[in-house]
Each structure stands twice: as structure tokens, then as C-alpha cells.
Design a protein around this ligand. Structure first.
Ligand SMILES: Cc1cc2nc3c(=O)[nH]c(=O)nc-3n(C[C@H](O)[C@H](O)[C@H](O)COP(=O)(O)OP(=O)(O)OC[C@H]3O[C@@H](n4cnc5c(N)ncnc54)[C@H](O)[C@@H]3O)c2cc1C
Length: 506
């Protein structure tokens, strides 16, 4: 008969859940993972990622510990820079407008490097993330914006390696099993209620880790919490993150935390499917906007495309696209920057694109942009570019526009060398920011900031980010707090087991 009692139950099958499950199992306890998706669709949003991790490092020697097989050519041709704990903390503070919980931020930053090593020791291999985080400029790559490490095989490679480690460690995994409620007894959490094959079941556990994502795939909750119009956003990743873990915890008194009206959202292929599709993973990305301009249906620019490195702006610009008339925009480039647009974002089938040799023809092909205003916008923009400053795609070059209502702060090139290209974008939602409150030991807290005994959480369902997000801190936060949550849950379960033995009749 199947076991229906475990020391630790982990709800979810993405990066945070896998790190929690492995960390718990390493304490010698029995662990069950519940994944709502089928085995071939497992891995949540984590499987959709580029697999990049934002960690503290001090240059080549630290990178070699994560990527030991760097070639001599890569070493000679790359400046890895450094990313200090202070920079990481500054970035987290700055982009979240200093709302991020400082204690959680401190744990995320201070445990980042060690956790990447820990993941590596469990079978995940890493590469330097050339292309998205370092362009070849004047013969050399230079990493910018704080991210170097990418899991081999991207998100799918990451979760496959972690699932392999979980299998090896004897972690039991049940697919197509949706957790629906937490079981609570006199001494705290005692397990979960699930539905599998349409049948309800209780599974007993001495501790539970919730790591089952945010609510971005729940159209109704998006509209309710993010606001009108968000029902129309496309979901970039998994269809299974509908807020179940958050609801289950709130139902037993957990404290809602973080920015419930906020989310990570990006410029995304306008006609992308409603949910992510692992086979089409990156052809909906449109992250090249810092090198061009974005215009709305009225033919007007609406944002500083070059305000910062794209990994400090992309997560908040989806919302701004959604807020434009009819919720779309066009990204416009000329031939001077075409080589900087990533092939797997801009050069694949399924991309909504027009091309022309004149700006007049280009706007005619767009069909739904105000022609006269568009031509005026480009003319004004071209005139405003400060051509005295050299262009440098690897640094914030300060090549800006001057005198526009919305200036562009970096990477401003006139759009005047045909052929011209324009790409239609809408809003793609990545994950939601509102969730549960945890402490630095990943306990889920109630409204009095008291831990709910036996309940832990990690990953997207933790309220952590506000307004914006430094790219690649999602996987890092999930791994750091997942690892902590698993360890704490296992320790709690062991104590509870001892207490139960003490209380049993002799
Ligand atoms: C396209 C895309 C690219 C991204 N790229 C990056 C990147 O390169 N670097 C980075 O740091 N971040 C990236 N992110 C963000 C990143 O995906 C998340 O921060 C991270 O994966 C969250 O991990 P998680 O384990 O919390 O959630 P998920 O990986 O989404 O896992 C949640 C899991 O819970 C399961 N689940 C949901 N409800 C239930 C239930 N009721 N019962 C059982 N199981 C349930 C789901 O099936 C899923 O397996 C990207 C996101 C997307 C969508």
C-alpha cells in the first residue's frame, strides 16, 4: 500500500521546491514532493527560465569555481567584472524602492554564492551567460549588470538535473497531484489535502514546505489584485501557478505580504499564446529595446528605453506596455543595432515583425500606429541624440538624447540607417510579487509575525519584491530560501517525531 505519511511534504515541482526537497532529504528524513503538472510538463516557471542566477562574485577566480571548465580563450576574451554583496544589496533596494525586507535581502545576498555551489554539487552545470549579459564589443566580452552564471540547458537543464538528484536521493515525487488545503491539528500543520485523478486524499506530514508559485496564471486573481486589464496579459511560463499555495496558507491564518498589486512583467510577443510553451521558449522574448525606441499606437515614445541595463528595467516595462492605448507597442530599430538583437528572441518564426527601407513604409506596414506622429517622433528623437558620446553596448554609455519630453539615457543611436525593423509587443506576466510573509528561517508567519508551526515557504509565493526586480534574482531567492526551508522543515519534523515517541504509551 502506498505510504500516505511523510516527515516533510514539499508542494511544487520547480526550483524552490526541488532545493527544499533535496535539503530536507539531506537531513535524513522522508520527503514527498507534490507536482500539479504531469511529468513531461514539470518544473513550473523554473523550466521556462534562461537558468541564470544572480550571485555575489569577485571576478575570474570565483567564476572558475562555478564554471571550472572555462576555456583559455574564454578567460582571455572576457572581463567577468565583479558583483559585490554591497552592489547586490544596493540593486535590490534601489529597484524595489527600498521596500524589500532588509533581513530577507541580506540572507538572499549573503547565501547566494554558497547556494550556487551547493546546487552545482547536486549535479547542475553552469556556463557564463554570453549574449544576454555580455556583448562582444571591440573584440572582448564584458559582463554587465551583475549576472554571469547560467545553468547548462537553461531552465529545463536546471530542473532536470535537480529532479535527477531528487530521484537519486530517494525523494518520492507525485505528479498530477494538486494540493488544495493544509491539514492543521493541535500541534500545527499535519499534512495536506490533495486531488489526484479527481479523487481527494489526505497525506500526513510532520512539516510542509509550500513552493508552488505565485498567482500569475490565475486570470481572475490577476484582475482582482493587479487591476483592470491584467486579464489580457499573456503568461510567460507555467499554467499551473494559480495561487493555490498562497490561498491554502491564508486560509489558516498566514499573513499576506509583499506587493499584491505588483508583478514582474515584460515586453512580450504581442500574439504569443496565453501560456508559456516550452518548445517555443524564447521566441516571445523582446529584450533588445535598450538599443532602439518603443512607440505606442499614437506613434509616441512612452518610456526611457535606456534608463538602465535591461535586467534592471525589463521586469517593469511590461506593465507600462499594458498601460498604453490598446495595450501594445512597437520596438523600432535600424541596421546599426540589428546585430545586438538576440537571434533566439528576434530572428525566429512566430515573431510579429515588419521591415522596410524607409520610415514611411515601415509605419505603413505596422498598420496600427499613427503615421504622422510616428514620423515626427523619430525625427525629433534623431535630432536629440547626443552624438559626441561613443556608443558602448556593454556599459551605461551615457549616450543620451537631450531636450525630449521623455529622454533616452543610454545607448541612443539615431534611427536613420535602413533597413528599419519594428516588432509588435504586448505584456507578458512572469510572476506576481504578492504572497506570504516568511522570516529568515523560511517559517510562514501569521498576522502577529509568529511562525505557523510546521509551515515553511520559498520561491515565487513569498512576498519579496516590489515594483521591479533585478534580473536573475528569482531563481537565486528560490534556491536560497528553498534550501533553508527544507533544512528547517526537516529539523522540525525530526523534533516532532521525537515528541511523538515521548508521548506514546510505554
Ligand atoms: C520565461 C521566464 C524566464 C525566466 N528567466 C529567469 C532567469 O533566467 N533567472 C531567474 O532567476 N528567474 C527567471 N524567471 C523567474 C523564475 O522563473 C522564478 O523566479 C522561479 O522559477 C520561481 O521558482 P518557484 O520554484 O518558486 O516556482 P515555479 O518554478 O513556478 O514552480 C512552482 C511549481 O508549483 C507547482 N504547483 C502550482 N500549484 C500547485 C498545487 N496546488 N499543487 C502542487 N503543485 C503546484 C507548479 O506546477 C510548479 O511546478 C523567469 C520566468 C519566466 C516565466
Amino acid at each position: 500500500m502506498e505510504n500516505t505519511s511523510y516527515d516533510v511534504i514539499v508542494v511544487g515541482g520547480g526550483n524552490a521546491a526541488l532545493c527544499a526537497a533535496l535539503s530536507a532529504r539531506e537531513q535524513g528524513v522522508s520527503v514527498l514532493m507534490l507536482e500539479r503538472a504531469s511529468q513531461d510538463k514539470r518544473g513550473g516557471n523554473s523550466a521556462f527560465t534562461g537558468g541564470s542566477f544572480r550571485m555575489v562574485h569577485h571576478g575570474l577566480e570565483d567564476i572558475k569555481k562555478v564554471v571550472p571548465d572555462l576555456s583559455a580563450e574564454e578567460i582571455a576574451g572576457t572581463d567577468f567584472g565583479e558583483y559585490t554583496a554591497e552592489q547586490y544589496l544596493d540593486d535590490l533596494g534601489r529597484v524595489t524602492q527600498y521596500y524589500i525586507d532588509p533581513d530577507l535581502a541580506e540572507v538572499l545576498v549573503r547565501r547566494s554564492t554558497d547556494t550556487v555551489h551547493w546546487i552545482r554539487e547536486r549535479g547542475v552545470r553552469f556556463l557564463p551567460y554570453y549574449g544576454r549579459y555580455a556583448f562582444k564589443h571591440e573584440g572582448r566580452f564584458k559582463f554587465f549588470g551583475g549576472v554571469v552564471a547560467q545553468a547548462v540547458g537553461e531552465g529545463v537543464g536546471l530542473v532536470d538535473s535537480l529532479f535527477k538528484a531528487a530521484d537519486k536521493q530517494g525523494i518520492k515525487i507525485r505528479y498530477e497531484t494538486q494540493a488544495t488545503a493544509l491539514l492543521r491539528g493541535r500541534s500545527g500543520i499535519e499534512g495536506v489535502h490533495v486531488i489526484a485523478d479527481g479523487i481527494e486524499q489526505e497525506i500526513r506530514g510532520r512539516a510542509v514546505v509550500l513552493a508552488c508559485g505565485g498567482f500569475e496564471a490565475n486570470r481572475e486573481w490577476r484582475t482582482r489584485y493587479l487591476g483592470p486589464g491584467w486579464d489580457m496579459a499573456k503568461v510567460r511560463g507555467s499554467r499551473y501557478n494559480t495561487g493555490d499555495g498562497i490561498r491554502m496558507a491564508l486560509d489558516i491564518g498566514a499573513q499576506p505580504y509583499g506587493q499584491w498589486s505588483g508583478c514582474h512583467s515584460v515586453s512580450w510577443e504581442r500574439y504569443a499564446p496565453d501560456f508559456g510553451d516550452l518548445s517555443l521558449r524564447s521566441n516571445s522574448y523582446r529584450h533588445g529595446y535598450p538599443f532602439g525606441i518603443m512607440v505606442n499606437a499614437e506613434g509616441k515614445r512612452f518610456v526611457d528605453e535606456g534608463a538602465d541595463f535591461r535586467n534592471f528595467t525589463y521586469a517593469k516595462y511590461g506593465r507600462i506596455v499594458l498601460q498604453q492605448p490598446a495595450s501594445y507597442a512597437w520596438q523600432v530599430f535600424d541596421s546599426q543595432v540589428g546585430h545586438l538583437l538576440m537571434k533566439d528572441e528576434y530572428r525566429l518564426r512566430g515573431v510579429t515583425k515588419v521591415q522596410a527601407n524607409t520610415l514611411e513604409e515601415l509605419v505603413d506596414r505596422m498598420q496600427d500606429v499613427n503615421r504622422a506622429q510616428f514620423l515626427e517622433t523619430v525625427l525629433e528623437y534623431n535630432r536629440a541624440v547626443n552624438r559626441d558620446v561613443p556608443f558602448d553596448p556593454n556599459g551605461k554609455d551615457g549616450r543620451c538624447t537631450v531636450g525630449l519630453a521623455i529622454n533616452k539615457s543610454n545607448w541612443a543611436n539615431p534611427i536613420d540607417k535602413p533597413p528599419f525593423e519594428a516588432f509588435a509587443v504586448g505584456c507578458g506576466v512572469t510572476f506576481t510579487f504578492g504572497g506570504l510573509k516568511i522570516d529568515t528561517a523560511a517559517h510562514v508567519l501569521d498576522i502577529s509575525d509568529t511562525p505557523l508551526p510546521g509551515l515553511y515557504a520559498a520561491g515565487e509565493l513569498v512576498g519579496l519584491f516590489y515594483f521591479n526586480y533585478p534580473g536573475s534574482s528569482g531563481l537565486m531567492a528560490g534556491a536560497v530560501f528553498g534550501r533553508i526551508a527544507g533544512h528547517q522543515a526537516a529539523t522540525f519534523a525530526r523534533c516532532r517525531a521525537v515528541q511523538q515517541i515521548d508521548r506514546s504509551p510505554r
